[in-house]
Design a protein around this ligand. Structure first.
Ligand code: ADP
Length: 416
């Protein structure tokens, strides 16, 4: 089965076509036939498409909405441009899997899209006003362009965290706000944390309920997840993705009183402060330079930039604080798993995060850490370390493709 995996943002559309079926899932042998990104939808869009090992093809054109963007993507398949990837026509796309950001309390697992699921996603718009409408645009565009006989599946970013107990998800505000407005921690990056949990147990050859780890998704957005008995027990993003770790442009945890104070002192509206905390804070805000960790590390190394150094140190300490907190709340765990663009690629950041975690029994093996190639999995702690450390590249698209196969066929294949 060829699954078109779609991840629609407010002005972006990311896609992959992944070939999967029971044998491929069991053998962990899916193939990505094509992948790409359309940016700046609504204006003069930029497109980049990659097939197999070929270099990416880049182009640009005005694309007014997500339907036009998906139409552009699918025309590549129809026109034969994708034939080298084994895709001759639209009929070669058998199902569509969508990353949907917010499933509220209703969606605890992935769901085949029908009118009830669409209205459920609509009901969650007030919880994710920027993301869910874009996800719905992707669903509607796929139905219009591929026809209603091509099944679609929604895979929710929040679903993995549905297992959190109320002691993890309630905030210390009057309880009736939870009842009245569903104000609680939902958590995000769920597909990534679920994938990391699966990969970890495969690497270790253990069963799902034996997984007790702290997973760290460190990319532009960052979150930590305490996975206990194979289930999400606590995660750092909250009612929105703003809470928790310091991120590229998001502040993560702050004193909520700062919002009113900033409004008064700077003459800003609440909405403007919200934008400031989401888009101008974090690594970018602290350094005054960039929210991109690789660039910050270069600034620090080449120019000794003080604020770049400060931003990186605060980033690493915040991660360490969460590891320590989660370790205590879980009553100990077996491993810390690094992932995301920063976690997978930067041995330097991993080293700085692990420094000081000897108190929890984590002994980093510096050679293993620096020798690990980008985009590969491996253990980076010393043999005999009481708390182990792993690097595992995440792959949310693969998880979405597998869920799509399972939901569409009803064949709940469990990989080894
Ligand atoms: P997203 O959350 O948007 O999916 P990624 O997971 O791709 O983002 O992570 C992007 C982040 O990873 C950026 O801050 C980037 O600088 C960082 N990154 C990627 N490669 C490296 C590297 N070799 N060293 C340090 N940081 C890196």
């Amino acid at each position: 089965m060829n699954v078109l995996v779609l991840n629609c943002g407010s002005s972006t559309l990311k896609f992959q076509v992944i070939e999967t079926d029971k044998a491929r899932i069991l053998g962990d042998q899916e193939r990505t036939l094509a992948r790409g990104l359309v940016e700046r939808i609504g204006g003069h869009a930029l497109m980049s498409v990659k097939m197999g090992g070929d270099p990416p093809v880049k182009t640009d054109a005005p694309l007014r909405d997500h339907r036009a963007a998906l139409d552009w993507v699918l025309r590549g398949a129809v026109s034969g441009q994708w034939s080298s990837a084994g895709l001759g026509s639209l009929a070669d796309i058998h199902a569509v899997g969508h990353r949907v950001v917010h499933g509220g309390e209703r969606f605890r697992v992935s769901a085949r899209v029908d009118s009830g699921v669409i209205s459920g996603i609509e009901d969650c718009i007030e919880l994710a006003p920027l993301h869910n409408p874009a996800n719905l645009k992707g669903i509607r565009a796929a139905r219009e362009l591929l026809g209603k006989d091509v099944p679609q599946v929604a895979v929710f970013d929040t679903a993995f965290h549905a297992t959190m107990p109320d002691t993890s998800y309630l905030y210390g505000i009057p309880y009736h706000f939870y009842r009245r407005h569903k104000i609680r921690r939902y958590g995000f990056h769920g597909s990534s944390h679920r994938y990391l949990s699966f990969r970890y147990r495969t690497l270790r050859g253990i069963k799902r309920d034996q997984v007790n780890i702290i997973a760290l998704h460190l990319g532009n957005g960052c979150s930590a997840c305490a996975i206990k008995g194979g289930e999400s027990f606590l995660t750092s993003m909250g009612f929105t993705p703003l809470e928790g770790l310091l991120m590229g442009t998001r502040s993560g945890d702050i004193d909520p009183s700062l919002i009113e104070y900033l409004c008064v002192k700077e003459g800003l509206s609440v909405g403007e402060v919200d934008t400031l905390l989401n888009k101008q804070s974090g690594l970018l805000g602290l350094s005054g330079l960039t929210g991109d960790m690789r660039e910050l590390l270069a600034e620090e190394a080449e120019h000794g930039d003080r604020r770049a150094h400060l931003a990186i140190e605060i980033f690493c300490r915040r991660v360490r604080r969460y590891i320590g907190g989660y370790f205590a709340e879980m009553g100990g765990c077996e491993a810390v798993v690094f992932s995301g663009g920063i976690g997978e690629n930067s041995a330097e950041i991993r080293r700085r995060i692990c420094e000081g975690l000897e108190c929890l029994g984590l002994q980093l093996d510096k050679d293993r850490n620096s020798a690990l190639q980008p985009a590969s999995s491996g253990v980076i702690s010393r043999d005999g370390s009481r708390l182990e450390a792993y690097v595992i590249p995440t792959n949310e698209e693969l998880l979405i493709a597998r869920d799509t196969y399972r939901v569409v066929t009803g064949d709940w294949v469990r990989p080894a």
